[in-house]
Design a protein around this ligand. Sequence first.
Ligand code: IMP
Length: 198
Amino acid sequence: MKTLVFASNNAHKLEEIRAILKGQYEVKSLKDIDCEADIPETGTTFRENALQKATYVKEHFGYDCFADDSGLQVEALNGEPGVYSARYAVKNGRSIEGGKDEANMDVLLEKLSGIDNRKACFRTCVALIYEGQTHFFDGTVEGRIIYEKRGAGGFGYDPLFVPDGYEQTFAELGNEVKNGISHRARAVAKLAAFLRDA
Ligand code: IMP
């Protein structure tokens, strides 16, 4: 069986991808290869950041590897928070004492106050370094940002995001529905299809 490193320690993402590639690939986490580095993510696009992480593992540990980078892009904010999604509040000089996700969402709501165009999308890019070649797999889910947080599930900006074709937020829809249509699920499905045929 071939070995691939997923440049992540996110237990949920690892479990998901291992289930999909079961029997075909052994998927190791960063922890599994004793990589304790805080891998730099200094790119200005999801693609650059994903590639940066995968390249780091290939160069320092020698394994074929894939990495993902995701975030929210809001049309009226010229694509913000984008690659800063995880650190939007900090980037805007806010305290994250009450929780990072809450603070990020509060900044987003403030920036959108008085703005009617609520169009937004989540995007994921997966970069794969495989047998000497680099491949990218993108996933997007379109939707809109509502005016108040709703729902207790999910993470990140889920309580503010209603995907197109639905009335509930990602946080209200629950993981099963979300994982069927999410940006990450779509990018990972493309990665898995490629690897199955590789
Ligand atoms: P990551 O690259 O998957 O770690 O995502 C970076 C940041 O984007 C997260 O910390 C969240 O703020 C945001 N984000 C990414 N995916 C989602 C999602 O599915 N729901 C809500 N927020 C997300």
